[in-house]
Design a protein around this ligand. Sequence first.
Ligand code: URA
Length: 243
Amino acid sequence: MRLNRFLSECGVTSRRKADNLIKAGRVTVNGEVVCTLGSVIDESADAVALDGKPLRKETKRYLMLNKPPFYLTSLKSLEDGKKTITSFLGDIEQRVYPVGRLDYDSEGLLLLTNDGELANRIHHPRYKVVKTYFAQVSGDVPENLETVLQDGADIEKRFVIPDSVNVLRVSERRARVSISFHEGQKHLVKKYFEVFGLRVTRLKRISCGNISLGKLEKGAWRDLSPAELKGLRRITGLFPCDQ
Ligand code: URA
């Protein structure tokens, strides 16, 4: 098996990013640094380590969590006093990582997995996995809000157009909108509304590709069903050719 694939199957990262780790000299095979891309290992006999830590393949795990607001999308507490999503993930045997992030004050659907390749594909705009958000906004709501939002805007030098916009409720100073993007910039939804003079006061991700949050309770998680996983693999080009 190729070394980059082995790294990705250990949940370290995607295959493409694994190449960067290899080039950086952070990976050893039987104690020797291997910097050559395309290197092949015998996974039953070779001992592979990253930054000196031995790696082994884990059973793949795919979960969804309904993240409540005011929890960090992080496995380690980076900011003093802030709780993290680990509070909800107590008894999961595998080391699963969040796929993308939700802001501290955002809530809703968060996928977690130790499958680096799939995680990368869900997150990367190239695979066009559409994420849908429910947003409550306040400010001077423009007339024809739906049409205005559909036009797109420059966000950090990149022109972004939502995949869909539905205004659910609107008044002069507030609106409730469902909006979808396949881009993944940090704070994208908040920045997008900011362009139109609107401040997001509540933000909830309700779906990601074929996966919907449904009625999962706040703070609860569950494994994805085989059908959900198959759908995700299909829309990210991993099914059926690369099992
Ligand atoms: N866009 C945001 O602005 N925040 C999130 O948490 C997710 C998308």
